[in-house]
Ligand binder design. Structure first.
Ligand code: V47
Length: 397
């Protein structure tokens, strides 16, 4: 267990009252979260979040052997989600839509790796029907029965419901019957109506995003949750967003992990408007978002760092700032690389183990439901130099 944060050693006096609550296990108020976002005492904040995480998760850090698959980048919101660099109009250069065989082929390419999760998200294609996705999930489960399928954001679920002229609950039910395990947390962005009007005008509202997740939880489908930060949102917007996530979790208990997503400004309209390139957020902001997430979301079991966005280096540091969950092997990441991320497309399995161990933590390979898959790495030998990067490496089960 990390050493207890001593309120007397926290430099920012406004954080001392927060530290007392954290130690007592009392829930933080929105004003506490605002004080955390406002502080310059990053190490004091980190010590509190590290302690809160250690109390819950000990020194275990979870990761998954997963493969991201993006079946299409064609999206009806292409011109209105101004922060996104991934989406294309149907006839625009670079637009693609995979056939089912192509998706299966992409999954087969990583078959030699120990994949335990397919993470499937994409654009809102105007013509793709629900059957395309149910068939995809059925075929993947038939060929890879041990692999969990985490697929389709709340935004895609609501879009499919519109295409099919049915309810989002019906869509979720059909996907569950096909073999869906859980939903990823994308599409939440920031729930504030004013922010959404600026960055994602025609996307479903925050209330609708929460409704789809509530429905999933009621159907026994656990989900993840996210917040996109580092664009035009204020600290108040962030805290209101976190409060809404915490409120739903109080009702349903269906969220597995919270992932703060750092905005990337390259090749999108918003980045141009803001005059930013490269990295929009700073390491300070990235670590604060992890720490505040851990402290405020006292009812969500895990907080995940998305290394393709914030780099493996910062993800490793995040493990001392309240984070117990690292994005997995990924294999081939497209969404953030379109937006300027300079990280590798995927991370070999042994590098994830090394990254977690290097932070003095205990790696635990998990499945999509956070059940441990592998905790012993004594016999673990990294692959020979020159092994392909971005593809998971074969290891003993
Ligand atoms: O909703 C899009 C974000 C999300 C940009 O559930 C951008 O385990 C930064 O939600 N800069 C989709 N972010 C990805 C997502 C996710 C990622 C990893 C793990 C999980 C999980 C979920 O990507 C979108 C949006 O918030 N995004 N464009 C951009 N330019």
């Amino acid at each position: 267990m990390a050493p207890l944060p001593d309120p007397a050693r926290i430099r920012d006096p406004r954080l001392r009252a927060v530290a007392e609550k954290v130690i007592a296990g009392s829930r933080l108020e929105e004003a506490d979260a605002l004080a955390c976002f406002a502080t310059g005492d990053l190490l004091g904040l980190g010590a509190m979040a590290d302690w809160a995480n250690a109390r819950r998760n000990g020194d275990r850090v979870f990761f998954s052997a997963n493969q991201h698959i993006n079946p299409t980048n064609v999206c009806v919101l292409r011109n209105t989600c101004v922060f996104c660099s991934f989406a294309r109009m149907p006839k625009e250069e670079g637009a693609y839509t995979r056939t089912l065989d192509e998706v299966l082929h992409e999954a087969e390419q990583a078959r030699h790796g120990p994949t335990r999760e397919f993470h499937i998200v994409g654009g809102l294609h105007p013509k793709l029907r629900l059957a395309y996705y149910t068939e995809m999930i059925r075929e993947l489960k038939a060929r890879f029965p041990q692999v969990h399928v985490k697929a389709l954001t709340a935004v895609e679920i609501a879009h499919l419901a519109r295409v099919e002229r049915t309810s989002s609950r019906e869509v979720l039910q059909a996907l569950k019957e096909a073999g869906l395990t859980s939903l990823p947390g994308g599409g939440a962005e920031v729930f504030s109506t004013a922010v959404r009007a600026t960055i994602a005008e025609r996307k479903l509202t925050g209330a609708e995003w929460l409704r789809v997740h509530r429905e999933a939880h009621e159907l026994g489908i656990p989900t993840n949750c996210t917040m996109l930060y580092g664009h035009v949102e204020t600290a108040e917007d962030r805290v209101a967003h976190l409060a809404a996530l915490r409120g739903l979790q109080d009702e349903t208990g269906g969220f597995l992990t919270y992932i703060p997503l750092a905005y990337h400004p390259d090749h999108n309209e918003l980045g141009e408007e803001l005059g930013r390139t490269g990295t929009a957020t700073t390491g300070y902001e990235d670590l604060k978002n992890i720490a505040v997430g851990r402290l405020f979301l006292d009812n969500i079991p895990h907080v995940k760092t998305h290394w393709p966005m914030v780099t493996p280096f910062l993800s490793q540091i995040a493990l001392a700032f309240g984070c117990d969950d690292v994005e997995g092997t990924v294999v081939y990441e497209r969404i953030y690389h379109e937006a300027g991320a300079t990280t590798d497309m995927g991370m070999p399995y042994h590098e994830l183990v090394r990254l977690i161990r290097g932070a003095g933590r205990r790696p635990v390979e998990r499945d999509s439901l956070y059940q441990p898959v592998r905790e012993e790495f004594e016999d673990f030998t990294p692959p020979p130099r020159g092994a392909p990067r971005g593809l998971p490496v074969v290891h003993a089960a």
